[in-house]
Design a protein around this ligand. Sequence first.
Ligand code: GLA
Length: 353
Amino acid sequence: MYRVDSPGRVNLMGEHTDYALGYVMPMAINLYTVVHAQMSNSVRVYSQIFHDVHEFPVESPAKSGDWSDHVKAVFWVLKNEGHKVGGVKAIVGGDLPVGSGLGSSASLKVAFISLLNRIYELNLLPVEIALLAKKAENEYMKVPTGVSDPFTVVNGRKGHVLFIDTDALNHSYIKFPESARLIAFYTGITREVASSSYAERRKLAEETLRILGRHSSIDVSERDLRTLPSLYRRFFGYIVRENRRVLEARDALRSSDLEKLGELMTTSHCDVARNYDVSSEELDFIVKRAVELGAYGAKMTGAGFGGSAIILTDEERAIDVAEALMEDYMRTFNWEPEYHIVIPSDGVKARIV
Ligand code: GLA
């Protein structure tokens, strides 16, 4: 029997920069997709979260519009890239919430690629696993995400945040202070518009790079944007500033300056809300209240339009801030949110049990 523990992720800094080949500073978190599996001729997957079973052939599995599409996407991409795999019987569970903006789709895909890599001895490198997961998401699921989520799920390290240059695809680790905590606070909202609005932003960023004749957002300054139409200027201006904030956040973390890191997170959120139009009333409320309640800072994490926010606090204050915010949120939106206090964890692990 094989077991895979595949973490979720939060993004501490560098939102919507990865598809513009910029900088990102995410971490894998201690909430996991867990898969138990054994070799088989065809594929049979059971979800402990959705309580349903899906069976499909290894070759050319057809989409069914549910969670199993993420698994089918994995079989599809492996075949497409010339990797020979057989089937599995698998049980999927774990404590990573699904669909709340904590990287559950990347986590599930990386879990299955790592599982098949182990069972069928594909000898894939970590970066190849991340790129296959991205390809599966982009080409089978048709969601044009960047590389940062699967890259983080693969390369996470306990007690550390990753700094990723998404163009060079290299990364380094920065220690996350032991006393610090992040509250991943789920708004309860997964917006349908998310994927089309995400795709529009990505298209605009790529067009801006094309117009400017640049390869990556790292090579662009705000001055370069002066001659562009105003929407391009506003959207890409945000990306340029966010790249800079990732570097500043890396410096703040290197000197364990949580005040500075928190400030940068809140500034990042205000910028993404004002200039990139991917926040929501609920996310803005969480960020504002969290800061009023004494957090170092807060911001949305992931694609936005709902999903989750992250709040930076000390270990001692984390529960009090989260509980107070929970009450305020329920009173304001008449909706019971969900929160998790998270720390940086190791990346995916596939082993025999
Ligand atoms: C989603 C995508 C990532 C990234 C973020 C925004 O999580 O999967 O690639 O673009 O949104 O930072």
